[in-house]
Write a new protein. Sequence first.
Length: 509
Amino acid sequence: MKASKRKNENNKKLYDISMMDLDDASYEKSRKGQGKRKQVAGKSNNREFAVITYFFLALFICMAGYFIYFITVRSEDFINNSYNARLSTLSNYVTRGRILSADGEVLAQSFTLEDGTEIREYPYGATFAHAVGYSVNGMAGVELDGNFNLLRSNSFILERVIKEIKGEKNQGDDVVTTLDVPLQQAAYQGMGQYNGAVIALEPSTGKVLAMVSKPDYDPNTVAADWDQLISGDSTALLNRATQGLYPPGSTFKIVTALSYLEQNENYGSYTFDCSGSYEVSGYEIHCYHNKAHGQENLLQAFGNSCNNAFANVGLLLNPKKYISLTDQLLFNQPLPTKLSNVKSSSFTLTENSSSAEIMQTAIGQGNTLVTPLHMAMIAGAVANGGELMEPYMIDHSQNDQQEVVKQFYPESYGTIMSSDEAAVMEEFMRYVVTDGTASALNTDRYTVYGKTGTAEYNSNKNDNHSWFVGYARDAYGKEIAIAIIMEGAGSGSSHAVPLAKKCLEAYYR
Ligand SMILES: [Zn+2]
């Protein structure tokens, strides 16, 4: 009781002292009237100094901490801005480092001519165009995302000092990517003259194994070709793997089926009798080539890619939960990835949507638009037991002695579906290969899981994008998730599946 009273008095004193700066005179006055408490005031004076000292010490530590954090972590974001003027200054002292594939093949390197001009060379030409990008005019691809690392030199310190004195440029660090050369070549060549994209990821890490987009460009001549590349009709600079927004077609049945699994524990008892067409409230859906699939359960409907059954499934879903699942699968939001220039997929169904809209949406038509990257991420999460790894393309940077300077590690986004749902979806996607529309991918060498898609566009039923979305695993656990779209090529089985085959053969070489 007594102690607490004393404390109150001290607090009053502290308050009085804190008023000192504001009103010295009134402080003097109060001191005179409180001679007895002088001792107490002296003690609290010391305490006051201690408090102030600790306060400023803490403030200093916080500021120093933030400063170190800024220098080591955040500064990269600022320096790596492609429009940062400091970078061009940096490139006066450092020869831009090389960009390498996962196994050390040179994808980009710089030469300095006798007159001091630096030439950037891309030995594989257009094959790696959108993945590796270009280092001029705002930059793109790894050239953009790894810019900071490419313009930093961590060669031997003595060598750097000597070169500095001589006025010579130091060698910038190499950026080693996660890209697989034979896989990239197979994807690029297999795309042929079609426009479209191929994106391949390692499900357990998120490493980008291949990224192809067509039409393409030659990164060796980007500066010279620039005016033509940015002229009205050209979309060659657009990276369709990360920025192309396409109707998903039947590949979206993965999402619709997942929603049905989530909402119906007894999904195994679902049946539908497909007669080739299905009409509800005056809106009619047709199966591909009006084929009648007959009596099917959900697995068979998925394997046959039956539009009528899936339009029916769509109508059976609770719309609120269907929308909430697409949210969980990252529609209408930025995708978690270190890659630049990535667009968000869109899903526009609402609780008030008409049955016609629901039927269309459930089979991947309607207003839904997806990027190939997003579809590969969903397939990768199924392969990975529901856990999504964030896609990245730079594995590490290294100095000219091949010593690692900065290592980038896989990052998990978390689970986007339960492991049970992923296991059932794996069974469904496997059935597509053993008994369904992707049977051309069935082989003993590795096991393929997937979903084909034939996405109508231009409201002309003969204009179709050819899709394949899936993954594969071999006996050693080596995995790959892949999304392929070939614009206007026809059905998924006729074009995207054979291209998937070429890619998988190259990957499991
Ligand atoms: Zn059908």
